[in-house]
Every structure is written in C-alpha cells, then in structure tokens.
Design a binder for this molecule. Structure first.
Ligand SMILES: Nc1nc2c(ncn2[C@@H]2O[C@H](COP(=O)(O)OP(=O)(O)OP(=O)(O)O)[C@@H](O)[C@H]2O)c(=O)[nH]1
Ligand SMILES: [Mg+2]
Length: 416
C-alpha cells in the first residue's frame, strides 16, 4: 500500500511539473483502485493548480458499452495491436497510447524545408473496457474518465449476428443514455460536496465556501434538470471553484458512431445521428466512422486510400476527421516552426497570445520575448518562401499580446 501511495504521489508530482497538466505515461493504469481514489483527489488539486499552463499532450478517453469497437479504433488511432474480440471481457482493461496528428500542412512544410526532423502534434487516447448503463458512477474506471480532457463515447451502429444486441441498434438512444450516466456521476459528486459544505459552513461562513456553495448548487439544479454542465456558461471565477471536480458532463464530448459496412452512405453526413437535445450544444461533435473500413484503408497505399475514400464522396478518412475533431473540441490550435533543422507543429489553446505561444516552446523564449515574426500557412504557400513573404509584407512583426491563430508559421525573437 505504501509503495502504491508513493506511486500515486509521483503521478501528482508529475502533473505539477511546469508545462504539463497530465501524467506523461500510463502511470495511472498501474495503481490499485483504492490508491486511484486518493490519486484522484491529488489530481484534482494538481489540475486546479496547473490551471492556465500549457500541457504536453491532451487526452481523450474512448468509452462506451461493451463491444462497440473501442479497441479497434484505439489500435487504428495509436498504431497499437491490441487484441479485439467478440467475447465478453472478464476484466476492466485500460490502455493508453499516443496518436500523431498527421496534419497535411506539416507534411507539405516538411517537403519544402527538408528538415532533419519533422514533429507532428500529439493527442493521447485511452481505451477503456466496456461499461454497462448504470456502471459509470461507481466503476473503478471512473478516475480515467475524470482525468481526461475530453470524452469519446463509442456507440455501435453495425450489425453482427455473433454479437446480437437485445434492445436493437439505436445509436441516438445510446448517446443520450450514456450522457445521462455522466450527469448521474456528476450528481453524486455534487451532492457529496454540498453535504460537506453545509457542515463546514455551520462552523463559519467563510466567503470562499459561500461562493462555492452557490456555484455547486447551480450545478445541482442544472444536472437535476437533465442538462449536462457542458451546456452551461460559467464565469472564470466560478470555473476556478469547480474545475477541480473534473465533472464528466462538462468535458467536450465526441460521439463516435461506429457504422456498419452497408451503412457507409452516412459517413459524410451526421445529421441523422445527432440527438435533437444536443442541437444547441457547442461542445459536442458527432463523428460517424466505420472501424472495419478504416482498418481496410490503413492497409492501403496512400494513393489507393485516397481513391477509396473519394469513392465515398469524402476528402479525408473518418479517422483523420475524428482526430481533427478531437483537437478542435479541446479548443486546441497548431502553430508551426520551420527550418532546416526541424519542422514542427506546436499545440496551444485557441486564443493564446504570442508570448504564451513562445512559452509552449521554451520558458526562456517566453521570458525574453521581443517580437514574433508571423505569416499564415496560406500566405506562405502562395509566396513560396519566407523571404518572398518578407518582401510582399505578409510576414508581419507582432508583439506579445498578438492572438495566435491556427496554421500560422511563427519565428520568435528572444533576448534570452
Ligand atoms: N462488422 C463490424 N465489426 C466491428 C466493427 N468494429 C469492431 N468490430 C468487431 O467487434 C468486435 C469487438 O470489437 P472491439 O474493438 O474489441 O470492441 P470493444 O468496444 O473494445 O469491446 P470491449 O472492450 O470488450 O467493450 C471485434 O470482433 C471487432 O472486429 C465494425 O465497424 N464493423
Ligand atoms: Mg476493448
């Protein structure tokens, strides 16, 4: 137990390191459930403290009912080769893997600069064993859901006679029901916290606790009306008070609908797969895929794959779209640095200023920030070279408050 606890503390120390708001590897997976609960509390504290910092790789967790194709997709996303099976799993597995965001712009820049190294942005995906309805609020996998930046709910829409579904295939029903599960799990947290706050407030009305009670009560009212917290706009001050709870229903949600091979006409159009209740939600994206078709595409040459997806009227694979959606749902954008040594995509939060973006590369660059030389990817491609951009005025000098946009090529000038 002491050894496990030590590991739990190590995980928390890891996230407290500057520049990293998540554990770097699968340390969580090696902890026992009892220690995970302790770590969960530590992680909450760490998350709150780490607020505002950029992190190395964001994490999306694939979860859902058993046998929906989670591990099949995980393998494709992360290049893993885990076993998939039609038989019920006996234990609740957890796998963590890294996915390179194969941004075509990075490839093109790499072809132009021919650098020694090309580095793509990354997202981590976690694959959880199947959960039944009713399980979410008490599963031992809960910490993995909570510690995730975004959730990817995989629902089954493919027929398979060897894996019959008693209640019939209905992706919209499943998306909604699992959302209710997330709401229920958050309700448990909120009720517990309100009980605790009531006791503490009896001892003294500390202003911080009074404010917390207000916002947590608001959360309870929203949740008890069946609305996920992702649909609520919280003020920054309120977010500071509740961020540490890592509410499941507040996380961006990717609804991955795993279609049957005969149903691929729906690959390019998700309208018929969108639960009507979610129409006003900005933090949800429905992503139709067919895991078996993606598996087939992954074995083709690039040219054959392009022909194959064009036959479905698409311009990119469903997998590429899924990764792109994960990235944008997390509110992330990429800027690029280019040169003979390295072409690299850097991940930052949308809206970050130039000085903060410099900090994503190195804290020295942030401290000594003088100016950023910025050109958009499209302007660079139109001009053909950085010197041409300098001449035609598309390469601009920007100050520390300049808001960085997706796809900008930036060179930072620093005095340190
Ligand atoms: N026909 C068809 N079969 C699929 C598809 N996706 C997955 N499968 C099959 O469904 C079975 C289960 O797939 P997994 O990827 O192991 O499913 P899972 O959701 O990880 O299962 P658990 O982890 O046990 O919950 C495997 O036999 C897959 O080959 C699909 O798109 N179409
Ligand atoms: Mg699995």
């Amino acid at each position: 137990m002491a050894k496990d606890l030590h590991q739990g503390l190590r995980v928390s120390q890891e996230i407290l390191r500057p520049g990293c708001a998540e554990p770097q590897d699968d340390m969580l997976a090696v902890l026992r459930p009892s220690v995970l609960r302790i770590s969960d509390v530590l992680l909450r504290v760490a998350k709150t403290l780490a607020d505002g910092q950029e992190c190395a790789a964001m994490k999306f967790t694939l979860f859902g009912l058993p046998k929906t194709g989670k591990t099949t997709l995980f393998n494709l996303l992360t290049g893993s080769q885990l076993e998939t099976s039609k038989f019920a799993a006996t234990e609740k597995s957890v796998h963590i893997g890294r996915c390179l965001v194969q941004d075509p712009r990075v490839r093109t820049l790499s072809e132009i600069f021919k650098p020694r190294k090309t580095i793509f942005a990354q997202i981590d995906y976690v694959d959880l064993g199947g959960l039944a309805f009713g399980d979410v609020k008490e599963t031992e996998l809960l910490p993995h859901l909570r510690n995730s930046d975004g959730l990817a709910h995989v629902v089954r829409a493919f027929e398979d006679d060897e894996m019959p579904v008693d209640v019939g295939l209905d992706p919209i029903r499943d998306l909604r029901r699992m959302d209710d599960e997330l709401i229920l799990a958050d309700m448990v947290v909120v009720e517990n916290r309100l009980d605790r706050l009531a006791k503490d407030l009896k001892k003294g009305k500390r202003p911080e606790l009074v404010k917390e009670e207000e916002v947590v009560t608001r959360c309870r009212d929203v949740l008890s009306g069946g609305t996920p917290l992702r649909d609520v706009a919280f003020a920054e001050e309120e977010m500071r008070l509740i961020r540490g709870f890592m509410f499941l229903s507040q996380k961006p949600l990717l609804g991955i609908v795993n279609l049957g091979e005969k149903d691929t006409s729906r690959l390019g159009d998700h309208t018929g797969l969108f639960p009507p209740q979610w129409k006003d939600s900005t933090n949800v994206v429905i992503c139709p895929v067919s895991a078996v078709i993606e598996e087939a595409i992954s074995k083709l040459s690039e040219a054959d794959a392009a022909e194959y997806i064009a036959a479905y009227g698409l311009t990119e694979t469903a997998l590429a779209r899924l990764i792109r959606n994960s990235y944008s749902l997390l509110g992330l954008v990429s800027f690029f640095t280019v040169g003979e040594d390295e072409v690299r995509a850097w991940t930052v939060r949308k809206g970050i200023n130039a000085r903060g973006a410099a900090g994503a590369i190195h804290s020295d660059l942030e401290r000594g920030f003088i100016r950023a030389e910025v050109v958009t990817y499209d302007d660079f491609m139109a001009a053909g070279s950085l010197s041409a951009c300098r001449q035609n005025g598309t390469l601009r000098l920007e100050g520390k408050d300049y808001p960085v946009s997706d796809g900008e090529i930036i060179h930072f000038r620093s005095g340190v």
